[in-house]
Design a protein around this ligand. Structure first.
Ligand code: SAM
Length: 210
């Protein structure tokens, strides 16, 4: 990808790098969500971690538990960090929106806070494709900032970003429309560990494919 055609998320998260992990490491809800997923996975499950960031905590927790983990991230800096931090998982630098996914091949997919730089149409299409990549009974964990906003310019950790998301009801309707059943829903507010950071709402959904 040349600089002009790179997705904006790649530039933003290349610049943020390891500081993201430091700011969000204290999230009890993220850890609770991972613990809940780990309790339900069969041994050696095949798991895709979408927007894998530095690899911690998600890919690390899954790989440490013996699962077969592929993390995909559009930021080369994040992929480099994750590959070093989590040698027990595989990482690939790619835009998940363009990555072909084999139907029914995965036991679980994690998407922790990776949708926010995509349009609503892209988020919807991606969740449908991820649901289709799960085997029947497979699990999707989706966490996001559940705000009814579209193409809003914001500053995130010192970077200019354009944010799009859904409110909680619309997000639940989106996953239901993709053929998923929500079996657990956790709403929380988290303040990143960073000077001047504001509290942000967070929603964690655990879903299964029927
Ligand atoms: C807010 S960070 C979250 C990282 C990690 N999931 C976590 O919760 O610790 C979002 C990550 O998603 C990645 N990302 C954003 N858009 C993406 C896309 N279209 N394809 C792949 N990765 C993407 C970013 O590069 C970034 O590393």
């Amino acid at each position: 990808m040349t600089e002009g055609t790179r997705p904006p998320a790649a530039a933003a998260f290349d610049a943020i790098g390891a500081a993201y992990e430091q700011a969000f490491a204290g999230s009890a809800a993220h850890r609770e969500s991972l613990t809940r997923l780990l309790e339900r996975l069969d041994p050696r499950s095949r798991v895709l971690d979408v927007g894998s960031g530095t690899g911690r905590p998600t890919a690390a927790a899954l790989a440490d538990a013996g699962h077969d983990v592929l993390g995909v991230d559009v930021s080369p800096v994040m992929v480099e960090l994750a590959s070093r931090r989590v040698p027990g998982a595989s990482f690939r630098c790619a835009d998940i929106r363009a990555l072909p996914l084999e139907p029914g091949a995965l036991d679980a997919v994690c998407v922790y806070f990776a949708l926010l730089q995509m349009s609503r149409g892209e988020q919807t299409r991606l969740v449908h494709r991820l649901a289709g990549a799960l085997r029947p009974g497979g699990r999707l964990v989706l966490a996001t900032v559940p705000l009814d906003v579209e193409e809003v310019d914001a500053e995130f950790m010192g970077q200019r970003v354009r944010v799009t998301s859904f409110g909680p009801e619309a997000l639940v309707a989106l996953v239901a429309g993709a053929g998923l059943t929500v079996e657990w829903e956790r709403h929380t507010v988290f303040t990143p560990d960073r000077p001047g950071a504001a509290p942000e709402p967070q929603l964690f959904l655990h879903c299964t494919r029927g």
